[in-house]
Ligand binder design. Structure first.
Ligand code: NDP
Length: 474
């Protein structure tokens, strides 16, 4: 798909305006994603503008864009390569304070529209910038692109939604969850709904449990300013892992149009809730000093910028249920953490045993499991078969498929959606609120210390008291 074939004709963005031109997200993820997209030839004619505070300049912005576009040229197509040169030559930086009334709307009115405003700003600044915008001040074709975190609980997410909806219609608001732009994440829909082998099996009748892990080896990496206020539950589970859960469990949409996909995703998340109480369905922990990836990692509580009194967790695990006829009774275990001994980024679907195993088989009766890897991108299916040797003995075998990396980066996929006015890969407002509704009781219980904050050494597999795999026994 490119901008011309996206099916969203008439609402194509002409200019992408990035607020936060000098920021980390812009340099590390947004511009590389955009450059790869432009280099692929799928965003012809798009214009780019940057904006930020007085500490940055046109020269610095242009150098930043130029450097990233030059890198992307190495893999560009013949139609995309000249576009990369053009965008780097033509891009403009505007100095502004987005929290001052009138400044942002004035800038937008001078750009070639429709304009997509990408809020790559600290969350409080984004919120303020939207609050000072008056209804009708932005052209109604303007798109607002919001980064995570989208609020910090259900109430603040609702408030932010109310602020945004005053300005533009819901379909012009893109709440970015870049996991939806990852090949293996969105491909869950293809895997589930295009394969007769799997499509009928994703129900409580056949599935024993589903686990979604996002264990990282990386520790804080100097991101205390953000992470210490968020923690693993807000940073990963409330956003990315709940979106993955939604794709793994939603009913089949009639089409891949944004309304069908987002209606079904929203519907299953509305039926999702904690399996029990926070005390018996969640656990949390924080790393202490250790060694991760061959490097010494200090105790989290002593890391630069950390406020140890916040009791921020660096490992979180929750068990959820989906209260509908398809999934009643199945546990869904979501876990995310930092500074762990082994990176493990995957969803594991464990199927129930067959109703009767012919008497006489010996050996493995391990459950059939399907593992979807989110980095590296893989599919693995564990099966029991009559292996070599004794004909009556079962052996566990794994069928492995290494998936080709998509040609766009996740942020490139997200931006393709933004620029073509297609919000399918964006989190709809009601769904963003539902995700907070699911985790708010956990946050409240953790704030009251109803669930102990366990410890694990950086580089280990988590607290020794936790089973390394699976949910807490109830
Ligand atoms: P940074 O602190 O690195 O950058 C913030 C940017 O905002 C700077 O360019 C700053 O410009 C600009 N800014 C601040 N105040 C104003 C203002 N009043 N008017 C205009 N510009 C202003 O933040 P990040 O890039 O890390 O994060 C941005 C957003 O992206 C956040 O919502 C974050 O949660 C989200 N995010 C970040 C990720 C990352 O890896 N960094 C990953 C996922 C999401 P100046 O310094 O010139 O004032």
């Amino acid at each position: 798909m490119n901008l011309e074939t996206s099916g969203h004709a008439g609402n194509h963005v002409r200019t992408l305006l990035i607020l936060g031109a000098s920021g980390d997200l812009t340099g590390r993820l947004l511009l590389p994603g955009l450059a790869r997209l432009i280099g692929s030839g799928r965003a012809p004619g798009i214009k780019l503008a940057g904006a930020g505070g007085p500490g940055y300049s046109q020269e610095q912005w242009q150098l930043r864009v130029n450097t990233i576009c030059a890198e992307a040229k190495k893999n560009a197509t013949t139609s995309g390569a000249p576009e990369l040169g053009q965008i780097a030559d033509d891009t403009h930086f505007a100095e502004l304070d987005v929290t001052k009334p009138g400044e942002l709307a004035d800038l937008v009115s001078r750009l070639d529209g429709p304009v997509a405003i990408y809020f790559a700003l600290p969350p409080a600044v984004s919120q303020k910038a939207c609050e000072v915008l008056e209804p009708g001040e932005l052209p109604e074709t303007t798109l607002l692109v919001m980064e995570k975190p989208f609020g910090s609980d259900q109430r603040s997410a609702q408030e932010l939604n109310r602020t945004l909806i005053r300005l533009v219609p819901e379909e012009n608001i893109h709440r970015v969850d870049h996991f939806l732009g990852k090949g293996t994440v969105f491909n869950i829909l293809g895997l589930r709904f295009a394969n007769r082998l799997l499509e009928p099996l994703f129900t409580a009748e056949h599935v024993e449990k589903i686990e979604i892990f996002y264990d990282e080896e990386l520790a804080l990496e100097e991101r205390a300013g953000y992470y210490d206020k968020a923690g693993a539950l807000r940073d990963m589970i409330q956003s990315h892992l709940l979106q993955i859960l939604g794709l793994l469990t939603m009913n089949a949409p009639a089409t891949l149009g944004e309304r069908d996909v987002r209606d079904h995703l929203g519907s299953v998340l509305r039926a999702t809730a904690l399996a029990g109480t926070p005390e018996n369905s969640t656990r949390r922990a924080r790393y202490t000093a250790g060694t991760s990836m061959g490097r010494a990692v200090p105790d989290y509580a002593t890391e630069k910028g950390v406020d140890a009194t916040l009791q921020t967790e660096t490992l979180a695990e929750v068990t959820l249920n989906i209260n509908n006829s398809r999934w009643a009774g199945v546990p869904f275990i979501l876990r995310a953490g930092k500074a762990l001994g082994k990176a493990r980024k995957e969803a594991i679907i464990t199927f129930r045993p067959v109703s009767h195993l012919p008497t006489g088989f010996k050996g493995s009766d391990a459950p059939t499991t399907l593992r979807i890897g989110f980095g590296p991108d893989t599919l693995e299916l564990d099966l029991d078969v009559n292996g070599p040797g004794d004909l009556y003995t079962l052996d566990a075998v794994t069928m492995v498929a290494e998936l080709n990396s998509p040609d766009l980066l996740p942020y490139g996929e997200v931006l393709l959606g933004v620029l073509s006015g297609d919000p399918t890969l964006s989190v709809r407002g009601d769904t963003a609120e539902e995700c907070w509704r699911i985790v708010d009781p956990i946050l409240a219980a953790w704030a009251k210390n109803d669930v102990p904050l366990d410890e694990y050494s950086a580089g280990s597999n988590g607290p020794t008291a936790w089973e390394t795999n699976g949910a807490k026994k109830k």
